[in-house]
Design a protein around this ligand. Structure first.
Ligand SMILES: [Zn+2]
Length: 313
């Protein structure tokens, strides 16, 4: 190791391409066949991005020393394994082909970001294995992917409410959206966490929680430390935010619709009224108006007893 900073710059990245994948789109287009440094550059670029998303200070970075990226032929998309210091990231040559993606760059970069979060995130392992909630692990990976602008089109949109039986730790984009909401809305988060564009800095609750998992085993109560409320309460607040938004939107819709109907009815009534007391007048009013007569009478200021009686029946 040399004198480079203890960020991602100190990680030794190597590329390996298995025999069966040599002529794949992934190997030839993105990894330069394996020998010319193209793949290392690609991976290093995203390592820096993910590192900067997760950590604000050098001493927060995990002790990863080596990262081997393997382009291989296997069923699946990608996976990450290894020890605290040595990691292996596999990318599926059969998945990443132009034949399967209209935007291969977008998909590949998105998956690389997701997997590199797994390389650099903490998992609450003190002695033995990881203790971190799996949904949190996957949610954080997609959180960073979303923040990098690399969310795929087939995901549930962030503005759409979760399924009724979802829990906060369903994982992937579902948990990512929740965590983003927590970072923007939890009681202990101040305006300083959120920029004018709504982006959240890496000092926000989710990132504090990741950092706590360096020294602590998982406990749902960690949410209270970083976000000022139990996770179930945060989840209820998140769900309520959709109901509020839906109710407001529905109310606004009803009002706008009512107003449009009201105005149109009124216009046609006025034109009929102007053309004198048409015999059709009463019938038209009865048929076309769902509003109480009183409102119309106020507007008409009618002294026509027939109209009034006919309508108030
Ligand atoms: Zn994952």
């Amino acid at each position: 190791m040399d004198s480079r900073d203890k960020t991602t710059d100190s990680i030794v990245v190597t590329i390996e391409i298995d025999e069966l994948s040599r002529s794949s789109d992934l190997a030839t287009e993105y990894f330069g066949g394996g020998g010319d440094g193209t793949g290392e550059l690609l991976v290093r670029r995203f390592l820096q991005l993910v590192g900067a998303s997760l950590y604000a200070f050098e001493d927060e970075y995990p002790p990863v020393q080596t990262l081997k990226v393997v382009v291989a032929a296997f069923d699946g998309v990608a996976d990450t394994s290894g020890t605290k210091t040595d990691k292996t990231l596999r990318l599926s040559a059969s998945y990443f082909t132009h034949a399967r993606h209209t935007d291969l760059d977008h998909e590949l970069h998105g998956v690389i970001v997701h997997e590199l979060v797994h390389v650099l995130q903490y998992d609450g392992s003190i002695d033995a294995g990881a203790t971190a909630n799996g949904g949190f692990i996957e949610g954080l990976a997609d959180y960073v992917r979303i923040t990098a602008g690399l969310a795929p089109g087939h995901w549930r949109p962030e503005s759409q409410p979760p399924a009724s039986n979802d829990k906060w730790d369903r994982g992937y984009e579902h948990t990512a959206y929740f965590l983003r909401w927590v970072d923007r809305n939890s009681p202990s988060n101040t305006a300083s966490n959120t920029s004018s564009t709504g982006n959240v800095s890496n000092t926000a609750a989710t990132f504090k929680l990741n950092l706590l998992l360096r020294d602590l085993v998982w406990d749902d109560a960690l949410f209270e430390i970083v976000a000022g409320a139990p996770v179930n309460q945060l989840w209820r607040g998140y769900l309520a935010s959709f109901i509020d938004a839906e109710t407001k939107a529905a109310d606004a819709n009803v009002l706008a619709n009512d107003h449009a109907v009201f105005t149109a009815d009124l216009r046609s009534l006025l034109s009929i009224a102007e053309s004198q007391k048409d015999p059709l007048f009463l019938g038209r009013m009865r048929a076309s108006i769902a509003r109480p007569l009183r409102e119309y009478l106020l507007l008409f200021n009618s002294d026509d007893e027939i109209v009034r009686r006919g309508y108030e029946k």
